[in-house]
Design a protein around this ligand. Structure first.
Ligand code: G4P
Length: 178
């Protein structure tokens, strides 16, 4: 079975699709099935195996497990943008992101020590909804002079087809109505 088929089966078994919201907190973003995350990470990594990626970048919190799985496969480090700046991070890149799902604004911080202009970056996350997280990440990459090679998520809820995804919301709705 492909990664998409395994995920689809799992969503139908342990998750829920409620209009625009997909409940995955029994296996992806609260309780986490590491075997599933690694299967999804391998699938995403394979799509970028010829891209000379130097770092994977995600945002706290739910993107971290996928970022690790993709990074492990591509054998590169991963960085997660933090939502609170620790005092150990005096020099940083930062950008604000508004979450429509959570209806709050957050600032993402990345230390200047972990990103530079040589970096070829793949952004990964669990969901792509309105794109506000990616927009903030793009702003951070631009501050660092780094290059965004691509963006990949587990579930793409938008109509943007330049975002690599294991499943789209349309895929999910198609299986529910069938
Ligand atoms: P955007 O970045 O693409 O604009 O998306 P948006 O702000 O709308 O939503 C991003 C946040 O909401 C993410 O969490 C993401 O995990 C969560 N999210 C979006 N759609 C869904 C969904 O259908 N189901 C579930 N379960 N979560 C969803 P976050 O704010 O980054 O926080 P964290 O949970 O990673 O800490």
């Amino acid at each position: 079975m492909s990664a998409a088929e395994v995920l689809l089966e799992r969503i139908h078994q342990d998750g829920e699709i409620k209009g625009q919201i997909v409940k995955v907190d029994q296996f992806l973003n609260h309780m986490v099935d590491p075997v599933l995350v690694h299967l999804l990470g391998d699938d995403i990594a394979a799509r970028f195996s010829n891209s000379s990626i130097t770092k994977i970048l995600t945002a706290e919190t739910s993107g971290i497990m996928l970022a690790q799985a993709v990074a492990l496969k591509l054998e590169v480090p991963f960085v997660y943008a933090k939502k609170k700046r620790p005092i150990t991070m005096p020099e940083y890149f930062a950008a604000a992101s508004y979450s429509f799902t959570k209806q709050e604004s957050t600032t993402l911080y990345v230390s200047r020590e972990v990103l530079d202009q040589e970096d070829q970056v793949l952004f990964v996350d669990d969901f792509f909804a309105k794109g506000s997280t990616l927009k903030a990440i793009e702003e951070i990459l631009s501050q660092a002079g780094a290059t965004l090679v691509g963006a990949a998520v587990i579930i793409n809820k938008s109509q943007r087809r330049d975002i690599e995804a294991i499943l789209t919301l349309d895929d999910l709705h198609a299986t529910v109505s069938n």
